[in-house]
Structure formats: C-alpha cells, structure tokens
Write a protein that binds this ligand. Structure first.
Ligand code: HEC
Length: 134
C-alpha cells in the first residue's frame, strides 16, 4: 500500500474516534437530542414516582393503579381505581398525606405523610397522572 493511502486511512479512523469522543463528552446527545437519557426532567420525576408507587401502593392499588392489588379483595370500599380518579392534584396530595380518614374517606387508605417526602408525593402525582392518561 502506498504511504498516502495509509495516511488517508489513519486520518479517517482518527476522525471517527473523534466523533465518538465528542458524542460521549456531550452526554450522548446528537443534534441536541439525548438518545439514552430520559428527555425531560418531567420524565425523571415520573420514573421516580413509579418506583415509589411500586414500593408503597401496588399492594392495594395494583400494578396498573386500577385498584386490583393483592390486598384489594373483599375491601369495602375497594382501593380506588387511580386511572379513573376525578380528584385534582391537591385533593390527591391531601388523601395521600393524611390518609382516607383525614378527608372523610375509608381508613383503609393509609396516611403517607410521615413516610414520604413532599418531593416523593409530587413524583407520585406525576406518575398517577401518567396512569390516568393511558
Ligand atoms: C392498604 C391499602 C392501600 C394502600 C397501601 C394504598 N391505598 Fe390508596 N386507597 C386505598 C383505599 C381503600 C382507597 C379508597 C378510599 C375511599 O374511597 O374511601 C384509596 C384511595 C386513594 C386515593 C383517592 C383516589 C380517588 O379517586 O378517590 C388516592 C389518590 C390514593 N389512594 C393513592 C395512594 C397512593 C399514592 C398510595 C401509595 C403511597 C396508596 N394510595 C396506598 C387503599 C390503599
């Protein structure tokens, strides 16, 4: 192979390595779009909310939030179907913080104000709103 051809090959390879490095250093973003990271802060909050929901709420409200968790059988009233809730964000926060009895509803819905931070409750609301939209 001629010297010139080898030099051309080397510069092409270096160019590709350079592009990959720029891509990695820019946080895996291409033309401003993140490929591997969730796109918005909102998405991250929803994912955090999903984790909290799966830890504390699925037993009663079920994986999909439709009120069919393992502890739901035979309960009157049954755990609410959160995918169809008509409560607004503030009303949901109130019942999550203080439990059912704090808003004149069933005490089978426990209070979470001591266990969960305000941030976690806000994340939960975001996640429930995603369930509602599905
Ligand atoms: C031990 C079972 C149980 C657990 C665990 C539980 N809930 Fe509930 N939840 C209920 C019941 C029962 C109701 C219905 C109360 C009523 O209608 O009087 C309810 C109602 C609600 C409501 C009101 C919805 C509406 O439309 O009226 C919200 C919001 C809610 N739960 C959120 C949560 C969240 C978030 C968690 C997890 C942090 C959670 N619940 C954990 C049993 C539970």
């Amino acid at each position: 192979m001629k010297k010139l051809t080898i030099l051309v090959y080397i510069s092409i390879v270096l160019g590709i390595i350079n592009l990959v490095l720029i891509y990695i250093l820019s946080g895996f973003s291409l033309f401003g779009k993140h490929l591997f990271h969730p796109k918005k802060k909102e998405d991250v909050a929803e994912i955090r909310g999903m984790v909290v929901f799966h830890t504390y709420c699925v037993l009663c409200h079920g994986e999909k939030g439709d009120g069919t968790g393992r502890l739901a059988t035979g309960k009157i009233p049954p755990p609410a179907n959160l995918t169809k809730t008509i409560l607004n964000d503030e009303q949901m926060k109130a019942i999550i913080r203080g439990g059912g009895s704090s808003v004149g509803r069933s005490e089978f819905m426990p209070p979470w104000g001591d266990e969960l931070s305000e941030g976690q409750i806000n994340d939960l609301i975001k996640f429930i709103n995603v369930l509602k939209a599905k």
